[in-house]
Design a protein. Structure first.
Length: 95
């Protein structure tokens, strides 16, 4: 069980200004959360293989390859810009 004083202490550490009503609501929520955590502690997970869920992961992103059509689009866009520097757009500095 968490007391209202403990909730108020936690709120002060987090720099939260809470009313008495909010402290009561948060106290109830924290008690419910900690009760659920206690239930989870009693769950039997000895038969579950830890590596079961993450063993077969692989990256499925595409290869980063330039395509000819993309190069022609880039050249067209560069011609439309007011300034360019090499293969890049030249823009004003933003601070």
């Amino acid at each position: 069980m968490i007391s209202k004083e403990e909730v108020q202490h936690i709120a002060s550490l987090a720099r939260l200004g809470l009313s008495r009503e909010e402290i009561g609501e948060i106290q109830e929520d924290l008690v419910a959360i900690l009760g659920y955590v206690e239930k989870l502690k009693t769950a039997d997970v000895s038969s579950i293989d830890i590596s079961l869920t993450s063993g077969n992961l692989r990256n499925i992103t595409r290869k980063d390859v330039s395509k000819k059509e993309m190069e022609s689009r880039r050249e067209k866009l560069l011609k439309l810009t007011p300034e360019e520097k090499g293969e890049y757009l030249k823009v004003k500095r933003i601070i």
